[in-house]
Design a protein around this ligand. Structure first.
Ligand SMILES: C[S@@+](CC[C@H](N)C(=O)[O-])C[C@H]1O[C@@H](n2cnc3c(N)ncnc32)[C@H](O)[C@@H]1O
Length: 473
């Protein structure tokens, strides 16, 4: 293919012509902005003392933020080769016992730092595979959490489940204890793709479990898919998307496959079968077309939702928010995270726990907090974080709103960024006018690049440092 080759695609109902040159120019390493500043900027000068100080400050605010809680269960029975998450592979389920004992000690310490008047609005168990735990362990851990925090009656209580290891009994118990939202890992239904990524998961079994979860009354079911997996083509993936549409989930997360073999060596095994450039772009844009034609709204980055979903109203009203779990209508919560590798995000700080179980156990056994690294966020970081959130959540930045919220002169404060955006405008990613920065259809696909224009750290970093991120397409 030459740089002059072009492709016609429909993005969110609008026909767009893209050249290979533009695709290559923007398909570069970049953050996914689950935080700003992003994790590579945090360091070990921030530890237990700083985190506990931040916890005290959060309680002492005149109007303390409600809570979002995250618990990381790292175990999986087998390794999916594409996986970029923090996992511990072990078929012997006894490994969960010491883990749960340590997690409970962390829950004791963390809950002791939280004012009980602050209500939990959101709770999430992620992994790994939370349903690696037995139903008894799930009941026990959930009630342990429930007695140490105060829950709002409208809390969103969600969990990631891997249909391959989740039984009907698991689902019944999850519903009974209080989970009201599920996220099912699927990725792709194509047999060759599944075999290559070591995740064989027949459609019929997944569909049966999905229908059962609907029947027992989960309020919202999300499905995770990945585009850009080995052997995927636009045609093969459209088969998966059609099956998903037939299942009719409330939300769909369509992640771009993050290829980071320098961190996850096993990903190297299928590198030669990965779709690249135009092909990966076609897989994504074709999926957007099929999902939007079936009535889903393309929320942004990697999320789709039914139009009646509250997330769509929040996007229209510009109250949508993004955190480590993705898009959420629960803006303004402080996230307290527990478990190995988990990340807490309060208004003023980020803090991450040790990423390996050994270090995590050692610090808890020694009576310390398992904080590995973190960062206190400056006022300038908060301003830029808010802009990046506006881009990712609302696809528009209204300058007067930013000026009102932060007391700045937008054009003066962001003069270099506005120059940078002119180039993105020429390439069709944004539309600029006096009062607003609007993300154009092509910019919705390259939204990470649009957000990057306001990232002070990434624009300062050496290109080698930027390479820690996966590519933006
Ligand atoms: C933390 S994982 C846990 C899901 C659960 N263990 C399962 O397999 O069903 C959550 C999601 O992250 C996504 N994910 C994992 N590795 C990824 C990668 N390298 N690139 C993009 N998405 C990835 C997958 O869609 C997965 O369902």
């Amino acid at each position: 293919m030459s740089a002059n080759d072009t492709l016609e695609v429909i993005i969110d109902g609008t026909p767009v012509t893209v050249s290979q040159a533009v695709l290559d120019k923007y398909n570069q390493p970049g953050p996914r902005y689950t935080s700003y500043p992003t994790a590579p900027e945090w360091d070990d000068s921030f530890g237990e003392t700083e985190l506990r100080q931040a916890f005290r400050e959060a309680n002492a605010k005149p109007d303390p933020a409600p809570l979002s809680l995250y618990f990381h269960i790292p175990f999986c029975e087998s390794l999916c080769l594409y996986c970029g998450c923090n996992v511990v592979i072990n078929k012997h389920h006894e490994v969960a016992l010491p883990y749960l004992a340590h997690l409970k000690r962390e829950i004791d310490r963390t809950s002791a730092e939280v004012d009980r008047a602050r209500k939990v609005e959101q709770l999430h168990w992620g992994g790994g595979t939370p349903t690696y735990l037995s139903t008894e362990q799930i009941e026990d851990l959930y009630s342990y959490i429930e007695t140490r925090f105060s829950f709002s009656p409208t809390a969103e209580v969600s969990i990631e489940i891997d249909p391959r290891v989740t039984t009907d009994e698991h689902c019944r118990v999850l519903r009974q204890v209080g989970f009201n939202r599920l996220s099912l890992g699927i990725q792709d239904f194509d047999p060759l793709v599944q075999k290559t990524i070591h995740r064989v998961q027949p459609y019929e079994d997944t569909r049966r479990l999905f229908d059962y979860c609907r029947e027992i009354g989960f309020e919202s079911i999300n499905i995770d898919l990945i585009y850009g997996l080995p052997h995927q083509t636009a045609e093969s993936f459209s088969g998966t998307v059609d099956k998903i549409i037939a299942m009719n989930p409330d939300r769909i997360a369509l992640f771009s496959y993050a290829h980071v073999p320098w961190m996850k060596k096993q990903q190297g095994s299928f590198a030669r079968f990965l779709p690249e450039g135009f092909e990966k772009f076609r897989i994504f844009t074709q999926a957007i077309s099929a999902l939007t034609a079936a009535g889903y709204r393309y929320i942004g980055l990697d999320h789709f939702a039914r139009p009646q979903d509250e997330i769509c109203r929040a996007q229209d009203e510009r109250t949508l928010h993004r955190n480590f779990q993705g898009y959420t209508t629960k803006a303004g919560c402080d996230l307290y995270a527990m478990g190995v590798s988990s990340i807490s995000a309060l208004e003023d700080v980020y803090a991450q726990n040790w990423r390996d179980v050994q270090h995590y156990y050692e610090s808890i056994d020694a009576g310390r907090w398992p904080t590995m690294r973190g960062m206190r966020v400056s006022d300038e970081d908060k301003l830029r974080r808010s802009l990046i959130n506006r881009i990712l959540c609302h696809t528009v930045v209204v300058k007067s709103e930013v000026e009102r919220d932060f007391g700045i002169d937008f054009n003066e404060h962001f003069a270099p960024e506005l120059v940078r955006l002119r180039e993105l405008e020429r390439d069709g990613l944004v539309r600029l006018n006096d009062g607003r920065i609007e993300v154009a259809p092509l910019g919705r696909v390259f939204i990470r690049n649009v957000a990057m224009a306001f990232d002070e750290y990434v624009n300062r970093a050496e290109p080698a440092l930027q390479r820690v991120f996966s590519k933006t397409l």
